[in-house]
Design a protein around this ligand. Structure first.
Ligand SMILES: [Zn+2]
Length: 372
């Protein structure tokens, strides 16, 4: 089992310079390899194998940075190719842009070249970097690698990848079940009628962001005022991103602690964001991130996340009598049934999702029993 810990780091001036150079070298090597592979393929129709070592004689400054970072650039390119050949809709690997506000490089742990102790992180070439370690690391974890990144607001972070041997607890009995219905406005509504909504400070920060973005649009491009305002906008952006992540982590943690089985609808976010009814707010809503957190948190606790088929009529079915209302419109917020059931549309859907998930889980468990 892999666990990633992310900490803020505070490099000094020399370390900042080295990081900047490493980000640049990694991008350079990645783009070079991609360009050569592309050219070779266009000429011969075959794939070319390239390694970063090839460029070192011609560009000796590549030797000044962590060589494993360059190796990882090669791995990233290979993955990008693999993903493209597996599913062409992800797109052909693209060149890395200097303008991308988020910069990063990844390096591997070999012979203890990376270590974390007493508030310091030892990194190849950079030496000891000050780190704010806000949580303890699982003792059985083995450090595998580190990704150093700089966000748009200029802050530095490290993501440390640990491999844990610890067996996952097996939770056999399902005592508590929860169904979640995706909600555009409030993230989700659960089968107990609870509405998860982003906290007020989050909404406030979003308003502030809109205001500062408006101000930016009035600044003259390239001017000092513009650059200053741009930085301000970037800072609010990352602040909001952190607030969102924090909220989603806490929500998914709460659910994981209380429930043994959680059922959700599997939604295709890409299709939904292309649907004019939903628009780009699907991306802002964080549902994908949330279900991702929920999935691994449940798994680590030996619990289960069940995804319901997207064609299952969770909204149209009455959660009391099971009758399907074909005439239910999108803006009907209340589900009214002949049987006397009257409840909020989202809650009704969440109860259906919960029930269907339980049925699926039951079938799965039966199958497991038959096999064993
Ligand atoms: Zn009914």
């Amino acid at each position: 089992m892999n666990i990633v810990y992310r900490f803020r780091i505070y490099p000094n001036k020399t370390q900042k310079e080295l990081f900047a150079r490493t980000f640049g070298c990694v991008r350079f090597v990645y783009n070079r390899m991609l360009a050569e592979k592309k050219e070779y393929y266009e000429k011969t129709g075959k794939t070319l194998q390239v390694t970063p070592a090839k460029y070192k004689p011609e560009f000796p400054w590549l030797k000044e940075v962590d060589s494993l970072a360059l190796c990882n650039a090669q791995l990233h390119l290979q993955t990008a190719y693999k993903n493209f050949f597996r599913d062409a809709s992800v797109g052909f690997p693209r060149f890395k842009s200097k303008k991308n506000p988020v910069k990063s490089y990844t390096t591997n742990c070999v012979n203890g070249n990376i270590s974390l102790q007493n508030g310091k992180l030892k990194l190849p070439k950079a030496g000891l970097v000050r780190v704010k370690q806000h949580r303890t690391i699982n003792e059985s974890g083995q450090l595998k690698g580190a990704t150093i990144s700089q966000e748009a607001d200029g802050r530095y972070y490290v993501s440390l990848l640990y491999c844990c041997e610890e067996p996952i607890p097996k939770n056999q009995t399902v005592k508590t079940v929860l169904g979640l219905d995706f909600s555009m406005k409030e993230l989700y509504v659960d089968s107990n009628g609870y509405h998860a909504d982003y906290p007020r400070f989050f909404r406030k920060a979003q308003k502030k962001l809109a205001r500062e973005q408006r101000r930016l649009s009035h600044c003259e491009k390239g001017s000092n005022r513009y650059k200053k305002q741009q930085k301000k906008v970037a800072r609010i952006h990352t602040h909001i991103a952190h607030q969102r992540k924090d909220f989603l982590h806490k929500e998914s943690r709460k659910i994981t602690n209380f429930y043994d089985l959680v059922c959700i609808e599997s939604l295709n976010m890409k299709e939904m964001s292309q649907d004019s009814r939903f628009g780009k707010s699907v991306h802002d809503n964080g549902w994908g991130m949330f279900t991702n957190y929920l999935s691994y948190k449940l798994e680590r606790a030996g619990k289960k996340l069940i995804r319901i088929d997207p064609w299952y009529p969770s909204s149209k079915r009455c959660s009391c009598c099971g009758k399907i209302r074909k005439d239910l419109k999108l803006d009907d917020r209340i589900y009214d049934c002949e049987c006397g059931n009257r409840m909020s549309r989202d809650e009704n859907a969440a109860v259906n999702i919960c029930r269907e998930g339980l049925r699926m889980a039951g079938n799965e468990m039966d199958a497991e029993r038959k096999i064993s």
